[in-house]
Design a protein around this ligand. Sequence first.
Ligand SMILES: C[S@@+](CC[C@H](N)C(=O)[O-])C[C@H]1O[C@@H](n2cnc3c(N)ncnc32)[C@H](O)[C@@H]1O
Length: 262
Amino acid sequence: MTTPQIRFNDGAGYERFMGVWSQSVGQQFLDWLALPSSLHWLDIGCGNGAFTGMIAERCAPAIIDGIDPSEDQLIYARQRTGLQAASFRQGDAMALPYSDDSVDVAVMPLVIFFVPDPAKGVAEMTRVVRSGGTVSAYAWDMEGGGFPYFSLQQTLRDLGQVVPSPPSPEASRLDVLQSLWSGAGLVDVQTHVITVQRTYADFDDYWATIQFGPSVGKLLKMLTPEQVVTLQESLRARLPSPAADGSITCTARANAVKARAH
Ligand SMILES: C[S@@+](CC[C@H](N)C(=O)[O-])C[C@H]1O[C@@H](n2cnc3c(N)ncnc32)[C@H](O)[C@@H]1O
């Protein structure tokens, strides 16, 4: 049986499923990056602009460019508050539509595990960033259980379902990020672990949110009513215990890397 691919084609759905997670981890990443204002940023795999919006809000950039293969996500990004001056276009991390030494900062937020050849993606970032500029990324720790919906995926697998997975999950490991960045000839390579939490109002909120998952949403819609009941029971048992008000707080972990272009 072949594993279905993950397609990002619903900007609003992504916002509900991942936007809160994405912005929590992005805030901590920007604190760690600690870059000055007036830089030219390139957000690779910008998707619906969840992280791009934070660059605009927090970094006083001179220029923001975003690229993503999904035009549907870019439509949402272009309409996001605060991003009217940013420019978005379709593109692939492995063939960046930018000339050599043309940007100050390249970042891949929650993207590298979707890139079929991660080393090529890092080589491309290194090519387009000027000497002394920053090449950076952060990724859910896919192999170490850091993905925010890891419990859901495991529960589905236990019930015999085939859960779509990205092409390069190993690229999210801290040691792999370190060696990808060093192998690209970047200097001062540093890594960092970011832990974040999100609280769902109750199990119904969690259940409604996961319907929008690009990886699991379609799968959930294909379950029989009996399978839904079994899944919900197993999921309740696996998720963190609800607080007195019924809310459920989940934890996720991302690995981050940054370095200077030579
Ligand atoms: C998990 S989303 C991250 C979106 C956004 N960066 C964020 O932080 O929320 C992954 C994004 O990577 C994009 N993507 C997938 N393959 C890509 C590739 N080869 N090059 C660039 N982006 C890619 C997807 O279209 C999607 O928008």
